[in-house]
Design a protein around this ligand. Structure first.
Ligand SMILES: [Ca+2]
Length: 214
């Protein structure tokens, strides 16, 4: 397949005609301006389907693309996770160049216990970006790294989520800050959004609409 799309013209109204006759039988197409692309119905990835895999937790991953309906043929460009519904289970937001500008996949997995962690640096950067967080629960260690800018032209919240299954207690939460400081927290409530501050042993909770509780 051959294609061409004019990139970043100085005038958004400008259009460039096709440079030669197109071979539509072999999938060639021409979009005269990038601003017209979403409405053109064309597809840069040749209708390749998006994929999503479920971590079984034992080293295996299951392809649940079709099962979840996430196998869109749109030109996916970025994906972030964020709990829109406020139940602790993160949704997926997929931004596409074609096939619909934005898809939101609500998390309908069975209810599970969870923990959301946001950070405030004192010696490190203010949002703790770059921190490594370990959550030890039921003898298993879950790893997260706080990097909200994870996808093309998109950014998720500066927080990490842990799915805890049926565990009602966290054995330990370990934060390794970019400054090199390591903190260990042992009294962490489940099913809550907590905020941890560098060099401060206090675990604060974040209540939607009310902010950080001391
Ligand atoms: Ca949710």
């Amino acid at each position: 397949m051959w294609l061409a799309v004019v990139s970043q013209p100085f005038d958004a109204r400008s259009q460039t005609p096709a440079l030669r006759e197109l071979d539509h039988d072999h999938g060639e197409f021409w979009v005269p301006s990038p601003w017209l692309f979403p409405a053109s119905g064309e597809n840069l990835s040749a209708y390749e389907r998006n994929g999503i895999h479920l971590n079984a937790g034992d080293g295996e991953f299951f392809d649940i693309s079709a099962l979840t309906g996430a196998d869109s043929t749109g030109d996916g460009r970025s994906v972030i996770s964020f709990d829109i519904t406020g139940d602790g289970m993160p949704e997926l937001l997929v931004r596409q160049a074609g096939g619909g500008p934005l898809l939101v996949f609500e998390n309908l997995f069975p209810d599970s216990n969870w923990l959301r962690v946001s950070l405030r640096g004192s010696r490190s950067n203010s949002l703790g970006i770059g921190s490594k967080i370990e959550c030890i629960v039921n003898g298993k260690t879950l790893y997260r790294e706080l990097y909200p800018g994870v996808s093309f032209l998109s950014q998720g919240p500066a927080a990490v989520n842990f799915g805890l299954g049926d565990a009602t207690m966290i054995d330990q939460l370990i934060v390794r800050w970019p400054s090199g400081e390591k903190q260990v927290f042992s009294d962490v409530p489940v099913n809550s959004h907590i905020q941890l501050t560098e060099s401060d042993p206090k675990v604060r909770t974040v209540i939607p609409g009310k902010g950080v509780q001391e």
